[in-house]
Ligand binder design. Structure first.
Ligand SMILES: Nc1nc2c(c(=O)[nH]1)N[C@@H](CN(C=O)c1ccc(C(=O)N[C@@H](CCC(=O)O)C(=O)O)cc1)CN2
Length: 290
């Protein structure tokens, strides 16, 4: 193993320690930040992620509001909970855990959220603000990745970055963040119809692998010294995570995010950042104790 580790657990712990102080300061002013989650169905992965989000909240002093619906819930029932969370003054920010069950119009649900309470940064208004360069809550995994790179001193400015994947949580927003003037990277977005993925990967200084294809990124396709972020989550027969990055990449890359322990904890930490920032801005209406 030659690659240095992009340690998401340690970086997330530092972010959470800073947030603990900010939450305490808010509470002194009578403001209690609250994260709401809406989980629909019984997917074990989603249940685990939502449980982790609430554990994190407890650690930093954020209040938890948990809403659950069965997999059989209708579009209308889901939308009713969204309206409820929009109106709940104890809820500073919330997320709808994705994916939603088949047959549900996910975009319509996201559009109904109050953009001021969008803790994921995935509401169309907030994605639009990001495109326009206006202040907005930042999508958690993409911004978590940028903070992970910054913290480890990986040069982003001028870097050739290849993002593999175009999903709504990572692939789509990642280039938007990387090409902001604060980052100034040059980005190539690859996807299932990319003709010669290996050719793109081989010239990348930074690879963000978010395709959900086990071991898609092979050692022979990585430029020596490159930073490689493994965002893919597939499961083997025993339920163990298999990432998008082949283990042999550790011998070639300069930097590698472990999976688990890399990008996942950063996603969760950034979610808390968005909730605290929303509380600092005064989202949620009157959230004073008593
Ligand atoms: N509304 C959202 N839905 C989904 C998002 C999202 O950002 N917002 N992203 C993923 C799931 N996700 C957050 O919800 C998420 C995934 C993984 C982790 C994490 O901490 N993973 C651990 C490993 C956990 C395990 O063992 O299974 C790690 O990487 O160390 C956190 C959040 C899809 N849905």
């Amino acid at each position: 193993m030659t690659a240095q580790i992009l340690d998401g657990k340690a970086t997330a712990a530092a972010i959470k320690s800073d947030l603990t102080a900010r939450v305490a300061a808010l509470k002194e002013k009578g403001v209690v930040p609250g994260l709401g989650t809406l989980l629909v169905g019984d997917d074990p992965g989603s249940q685990k992620y939502v449980a982790g989000k609430h554990r994190d909240c407890a650690q930093v002093g954020i209040a938890s509001i948990q809403r659950e619906l069965p997999a059989s819930a209708s579009q209308q029932e889901i939308e009713a909970v969204v309206h409820e969370l929009n109106a709940d003054p104890s809820c500073t920010g919330y997320i709808v855990q994705l994916p939603l069950p088949k047959g549900i119009d996910e975009n319509r649900v996201l559009e109904l959220m109050d953009p001021a309470k969008d803790a994921d940064g995935l509401h169309p208004t907030n994605l639009g603000r990001l495109v326009l360069g206006e202040p907005a809550p930042l999508p958690c995994t993409p911004y978590g990745i940028i903070r992970l790179l910054r913290r480890h001193g990986v040069e982003i400015k001028g870097a050739d970055v290849v993002v593999v994947g175009r999903g709504v949580t990572i692939g789509r927003p990642m280039p938007l963040l990387l090409t902001r003037r604060s980052e100034n990277a040059t980005v190539t977005q690859c996807h299932t119809a990319t003709r010669d993925l290996a050719a793109h990967l081989r010239r990348a200084d930074i690879i963000v692998a978010a395709a959900g294809v086990p071991h898609l990124i092979r050692p022979e396709d990585v430029k020596p010294g490159a930073a490689v972020l493994d965002v893919g989550v597939s499961r083997d027969g025993n339920g163990k995570i298999v990432g998008d990055v082949h283990p042999g990449v550790a011998e070639v890359a300069g930097w590698l995010s472990p999976n688990p322990g890399g990008v996942g904890p950063m996603t969760r930490a950034q979610l808390l950042v968005n909730v605290v920032e929303a509380a600092e801005r005064g989202a949620g209406g009157d959230r004073r104790d008593g």
